[in-house]
Design a protein around this ligand. Structure first.
Ligand code: MLT
Length: 318
């Protein structure tokens, strides 16, 4: 009798989800503790589960001749070569809603940290000083502009409503909103926003959507938040705008290279850097694990002797 299909787990996923997978009609190899161990099981893998550490390149797919399913335990699919997967009729699934609340809450926290200028106050108090001078502003009555208005940005807007914030959004894929957020062209958003918050999925078309000219069009003294993908923002241009005092600060959870390679940005006194942890809450990871394992089990149940048809998988951190 043929052996059950092999599912290889390349990146750490939620423990309960892994246990659920192990009870499924498949063999499971957990290679997440040691990426060097991925090679051998890949040759036999029917399914591959990744988070963001493993890059599912055409070269990796070539090492997995029997692969029929890639499951991304997260939102963005920019670490998967979708064209190469489609060419091989490998189905790609993800967990698009798993991290929405976590990333939205992080964004609200970053808005407050930036506008109240809290980081220097925390540092000086820790340093034994007691500096009670006036600093920062209220979030109330500020304008927040979302670059990308998908699931996560809409949840941020919903949470900012009670703060009395005016919300603008630029998103070429969204035609209308019914939540009080005003859709505007990018130039108007940049000119009117006190905080520009980036939430777009990364595609070839929007690399450096916030390039030097776009950053130059932001209001003097505005803040920039990026919790989506680092390559949406030109980091060199951002450092220049911060150095020149044109922007008041930035909060970045994502970087062009991860881990980041630009000390002038990560160490900048006006930058709050975090290590791409928007989706790294227990709740979001539990959901992401459960969602992708459910997809894998469903695909196993529907498995036929012929390869599965490709799905139109797309997306990113939205
Ligand atoms: C996502 O796309 O899900 C997030 O950026 C977090 C992650 O990569 O796990």
């Amino acid at each position: 009798m043929a052996e059950p299909p092999l599912v290889v787990v390349a990146d750490p996923i939620d423990r309960e989800a892994l246990d659920r997978l192990r009870r499924g009609p498949c063999r499971v190899v957990d290679a997440s503790a040691d990426p060097a161990r991925l090679g051998e099981p890949l040759a036999e893998a029917w399914g591959l589960i990744v988070r963001s550490r493993t890059k599912v390149t055409a070269e990796l797919l070539a090492r997995a001749p029997r692969l029929e399913l890639v499951a991304r335990a997260g939102v963005g699919l920019d670490n998967v070569d979708l064209a190469a997967a489609e060419a091989r009729r490998i189905r790609v699934v993800n967990a698009p809603a798993a991290a929405t609340t976590s990333v939205a809450e992080l964004t609200v926290a970053l808005c407050l940290l930036l506008v109240r200028d809290l980081l220097p106050a925390i540092a000086s108090t820790r340093g034994g000083r007691w500096e009670r001078g006036v600093r920062g502003h209220e979030l109330a009555a500020r304008t927040v502009g979302f670059v990308g208005y998908g699931r996560i940005a809409r949840e941020v807007a919903r949470r900012l409503g009670p703060f009395g914030v005016r919300c603008l959004a630029f998103d070429p894929f969204v035609a209308t909103t019914a939540d009080g957020t005003t859709l505007v062209p990018l130039d108007r958003l940049l000119a009117e926003s006190d905080i520009v918050s980036v939430h777009a999925a990364l595609t070839d078309a929007n690399h450096h959507v916030l390039d030097a000219p776009a950053i130059a069009r932001m209001r003097a003294g505005a803040f920039l938040i990026n919790v989506a993908r680092g390559a949406l923002v030109d980091e060199a241009a951002l450092v220049a705008a911060l150095d020149e005092g044109r922007l008041a600060g930035a909060a970045l959870d994502v970087f062009e290279q991860e881990p980041p390679t630009r000390p002038a940005l990560v160490g900048h006194p006006r930058v709050i850097p975090t290590p791409h942890l928007g989706a790294s809450t227990e709740e979001a990871q539990r959901r992401a694990g459960a969602d992708v394992v459910a997809e894998v089990l469903q695909a196993l149940a529907a498995r036929s002797p012929t390869p599965l048809a490709p799905t139109a998988a797309s997306g990113g951190t939205r």
